[in-house]
Structures are given as structure tokens and as C-alpha cells.
Design a protein around this ligand. Structure first.
Ligand code: NI
Length: 188
């Protein structure tokens, strides 16, 4: 297999993300268990590593994909800014992460459309991160979510798939499978 990414760059982004998200946790199907946020970040990154490892497409920039994956929630969920990411990781990575960040000043209902529009103005590596993010987020939902919320989340997944599928066939297929399986949680 060809070397698809730089271990040095990826380790630097992983360390940055681990520090940035330190102390943050998220809900799981078990109401007594919360996971460290970095687990989500790692799962998204691994999803993309698997795709890069099995891909025969040499035109994908593995360093851009994986740095954006590791940092994808840093602007939205921590105190670090676009400028901080430009300084540490360069403009391409910082711009990708910014597109992946919802704008909190917009109405909630408009935030995903707005982010998808900005993602579509980025290289397809950034589109791939968004698909991998939702693949991981379509894991079994937290116990306190209502059926309506689960249903809406699945529908939003379908919107992400439909808008971004042309970036990568393998990820689009994985995402569609996760969306289809997720529908069962709204019926349970
Ligand atoms: Ni995420």
C-alpha cells in the first residue's frame, strides 16, 4: 500500500484535538455511561483511514482528509478559532474545519443547509469528513432521544448523503447503509 498520509502531521492534529476536547463527553444508549468526546473524533478518523487504505484513487489528499477529521469539531465545540488552526495547520485545513462548523448565530433549522453549502465550496476531502462524521453519529442514539428526534436525525443524514455523495462512492454507500439501519431506532 502506498503511504497515504504523514504520521507526523496526523499525530500533531491528534494531540491538538485531544487537548482541545479535554473534559468533553457525549451521551450513549446507556444513560449511565458517557464517552470522552475524543472517542467520536477517533472513530471518524478511523472511518476515513479505512477508506483511504482500501482506495485505489491516488488523487485524494490523505493529509487534508485526516487533519480535517481530527480537528473537525474544534472550532464548533472548543475555544480555538480559525486563526489558531491557520497558525498550527495551515489555511487549507483551517478552511475545511471552518466549513464543517455550524454557525451558532443562524437559526438552528438553517445551520445544516448553510454548512453543507460551505462544505460544497471546499475540496472533496472536506465533503468526505462530513460523510464520515455522520456515519459515526448514526450509531445507536442516546436513551433520552424521542422518536421524532431520531427520525429527524436520520432525515438530516439523508440530506448530507444526497448533497455530498459524489465526493466518494465508498463513504456514500457506508452512509446510506447507516441511514437505512438507523430507521429501526425510531420504531423501537
Ligand atoms: Ni463530529
Amino acid at each position: 500500500m502506498k503511504q497515504a498520509w504523514s504520521t507526523e502531521l496526523i499525530n500533531k492534529a491528534w494531540d491538538f484535538a485531544t487537548l482541545a476536547h479535554q473534559g468533553q463527553t457525549y451521551a450513549t444508549p446507556d444513560p449511565h455511561i458517557r464517552l470522552d468526546y475524543i472517542n467520536h473524533v477517533g472513530a471518524v478518523t478511523m472511518e476515513l483511514m479505512w477508506e483511504l487504505a482500501r482506495s485505489t484513487d491516488n488523487t485524494i489528499d490523505g493529509n487534508l482528509v485526516l487533519q480535517c477529521a481530527l480537528l473537525h469539531d474544534v472550532i464548533e465545540d472548543t475555544n480555538y478559532s480559525h486563526d489558531d488552526l491557520v497558525q498550527s495547520f495551515g489555511k487549507a485545513v483551517a478552511d475545511g474545519v471552518l466549513a464543517l462548523s455550524k454557525k451558532p448565530d443562524l437559526p438552528r433549522s438553517a445551520q445544516m443547509h448553510d454548512s453543507l453549502m460551505r462544505i460544497r465550496q471546499q475540496p472533496r476531502e472536506v465533503w468526505m469528513v462530513k460523510m464520515a462524521d455522520r456515519i459515526n453519529n448514526l450509531s445507536p442514539p442516546p436513551a433520552h432521544w424521542t422518536k421524532e428526534r431520531i427520525q429527524a436525525y436520520g432525515q438530516e443524514g439523508q440530506l448530507i448523503h444526497d448533497e455530498l455523495q459524489s465526493a466518494h462512492a465508498g463513504l456514500a454507500q457506508r452512509l446510506q447503509e447507516k441511514i437505512n439501519a438507523y430507521a429501526a431506532y425510531a420504531k423501537a
